[in-house]
Design a protein around this ligand. Structure first.
Ligand code: FES
Length: 111
């Protein structure tokens, strides 16, 4: 495990098809868990008008923003379909149920 990754809890802390947030000096990050127990992380800000993606509906590897229904890819952070925009994503690792996020990516995201 690279020292760039820090522990952020256990997968059981996140409801299936839901998300939990972690607060960082660079803003709030939403950590999503899919129905297949995959985990993804991205800024908790919709590229449309900043809606809280962590409160959206997870379906497949995407989340639908609760405000105006943009659909965001959890893998790339890109808005899908006819919508435009992109959210900063962060690598997450899952080891024996424990979650680690690459916070070393954050300073780049803050630029
Ligand atoms: S703020 Fe997310 S769709 Fe408008």
């Amino acid at each position: 495990m690279s020292s760039d990754f820090i522990a952020i809890g256990h997968i059981q802390d996140i409801p299936r098809r839901g998300a939990r947030c972690i607060n960082t000096a660079f803003g709030r990050i939403a950590v999503f868990r899919t129905a297949e127990d995959e985990v993804f992380a991205m800024d908790d800000r919709c590229p449309h008008k900043g809606g809280p993606l962590s409160q959206g509906l997870v379906h497949g590897r995407a989340v639908t923003c609760p405000l105006h229904n943009f659909v965001i890819s959890l893998e790339s952070g890109a808005a899908l379909g006819a919508d435009e925009g992109e959210v900063q994503t962060y690598p997450v690792r899952l080891e024996d149920g424990r979650l680690f996020i690459a916070l070393s990516a954050l300073p780049l995201a803050a630029e």
